[in-house]
Write a protein that binds this ligand. Structure first.
Ligand code: FES
Length: 155
């Protein structure tokens, strides 16, 4: 008579059934873990906020600076300093600058130099961002904000 230390071998049919159940359980857990990551957009920047872009003296008229980590472009003209988001308004890809504006590599939206939509699926112009001054004199760009296109901060 077999005891606890001498178990009966599992019949082949039962073993295959258990293996199938374990495989199904692992597949379900893996699928749920994969789906949990889907709502997170992969092309949007990390948590946005206020970005220091340097002192106002670093922006004489004609200056153009791109802050790739924050997906913003800061320009200076005789009117002052302005910042524009480089995030496409369609699905959030980062636009590339070209000779006559911006181009989105994802679905082909095109924008002029002021960020206005020239073509493609983008529903809105690129966002212009508010600029303010920090206590230490640095310029701050609010990447969550929005100002009308053509808004310059007087320095
Ligand atoms: S994300 Fe730019 S066109 Fe689709």
């Amino acid at each position: 008579m077999p005891g606890r230390l001498d178990p009966k071998p599992i019949p082949r049919r039962d073993f295959l059934g258990l293996a199938g159940l374990w495989s199904a359980a692992i597949a379900i857990v893996g699928s749920v873990a994969g789906m949990a990551q889907l709502p997170k957009p992969r092309v949007l920047p990390e948590a946005a906020g206020t970005v220091k872009v340097g002192p106002a003296t670093a922006y004489p008229a004609g200056t153009v600076k791109v802050f790739t980590d924050h997906r913003i472009r800061v320009i200076a003209t005789d009117q002052g300093v302005a910042a524009m988001s480089l995030i496409c308004t369609h699905l959030g890809c980062v636009v590339a600058e070209g000779p006559d504006g911006f181009h989105c590599p994802c679905h082909g939206s095109r924008f002029d130099a002021q960020g206005r939509v020239l073509g493609g699926p983008a529903p809105r112009a690129l966002h212009w961002l508010p600029i303010s001054r920090a206590a230490d004199g640095s310029l701050l760009v609010d990447t969550k904000g929005d100002v009308p296109p053509g808004t310059f901060y007087e320095v």
